[in-house]
Design a protein around this ligand. Structure first.
Ligand code: GLN
Length: 306
């Protein structure tokens, strides 16, 4: 699809989604996120050569939250290969992203790397591998997005820390099974900082480009093998939107990863990456307008994996 067509599609989607009734509510369990207007909207498409097209607030930074879990997973796989899968599963959980219930039945092994329990294990491993998971992640994101300004939003991280009992419980519970290697308070500091990274739709679409390029980074060097990139995309498809992953696959037909900041990244393998942002969430923690926009994108363009 050429530029004018793509731009027209994005503009049509922004018009349609702007007219949607019931756009959900901003995340309220992290007070700093509750203040963000749920009606904001931006969307960007980055092609595999790094050209970006956008509409609405596509250059406005927002809280990336769980979208960062895609990047930590990729970095751990790149550094350490498949060993991670001994500590984290890759089945959809069918439960909310912050659920504790399965951990006791499965010996402290989280169902997948995208629910909070699994993401805590991945961040713990990245920390063991690099000595500073947050800086390693920021270096990667800055390089891939071409935006050297990317950083943590320490106010959001502090706000989440003050209300972080659920994540602390998950981490302590897994630690009791020996599935967390560093002291839990240290891990939580890294995890909340990771989630607080501020990025725009353009930054996130570019940073996820390696997933559309079958593992190749923006500079052409290889981060993941072709097979690993396929695996990350597959886990995004089955687990990236938590207990709504089936509905997301049905409506959008792309690997996707959401965050409670209201962002969703989606991958069109071989073609490009999308990021949409609108902070109003549904009851499962996914952006209402974001899912609707991606649904319209794949319907209008036919760009889906099916
Ligand atoms: N920082 C958030 C949490 O751990 C991330 C959750 C999300 O984006 N789904 O609760």
């Amino acid at each position: 699809m050429d530029f004018p067509q793509l731009q027209a599609v994005l503009e049509q989607i922004a018009d349609e989604v702007g007219a949607l009734p019931g756009r959900g509510r901003s995340a309220d369990y992290i007070p700093a996120l509750a203040e963000v207007d749920p009606h904001r909207f931006g969307m960007a498409f980055a092609d595999v050569d790094g050209r970006v097209h956008g509409v609405g607030e596509w250059q406005v930074p927002f809280s990336a939250q769980s979208i960062t879990k895609v990047f930590t997973l990729a970095l751990v796989l790149a550094k350490d290969g498949a060993g991670l899968w001994e500590s984290v599963g890759r089945e959809p959980s069918g439960n909310p992203f912050n659920s504790l219930v399965q951990l006791e039945y499965e010996n402290g092994i989280p169902r997948n790397p995208f629910i909070n329990a699994g993401a805590l294990v991945v961040t713990d491993r990245l920390q063991s591998l690099t000595g500073d998971a947050g800086e390693d992640l920021l270096d990667f994101l800055r390089a891939e997005s071409g935006n050297p300004e990317l950083g943590f939003d320490l106010e959001v991280a502090a706000s989440e820390t003050a209300h972080g009992d659920r994540n602390a419980a998950l981490a302590h519970f897994m630690a009791s099974y020996g599935n967390i290697r560093q002291p839990v308070p240290t891990l939580l500091t890294h995890y909340f900082r990771q989630c607080s990274i501020e990025m725009s739709c353009a930054d996130l679409a570019l940073a996820a480009g390696f997933l559309a390029r079958h593992g190749l980074r923006a500079d052409g060097s290889r981060l993941l093998t072709r097979s690993e990139a396929k695996q990350v995309n597959a886990v995004m498809m089955t687990c990236g939107t938590y207990d709504a992953a089936g509905e997301f696959a049905y409506r959008v037909g792309l690997p996707g990863k959401s965050g409670v900041g209201g962002g969703i990244v989606a991958v069109v393998p071989g073609r490009g990456t999308l990021c949409v942002w609108s902070p109003g969430l549904d009851e499962r923690g996914n952006s209402v307008a974001g899912v609707a926009a991606l649904d319209r994108f794949t319907t209008l363009t036919g760009l889906s994996v099916f």
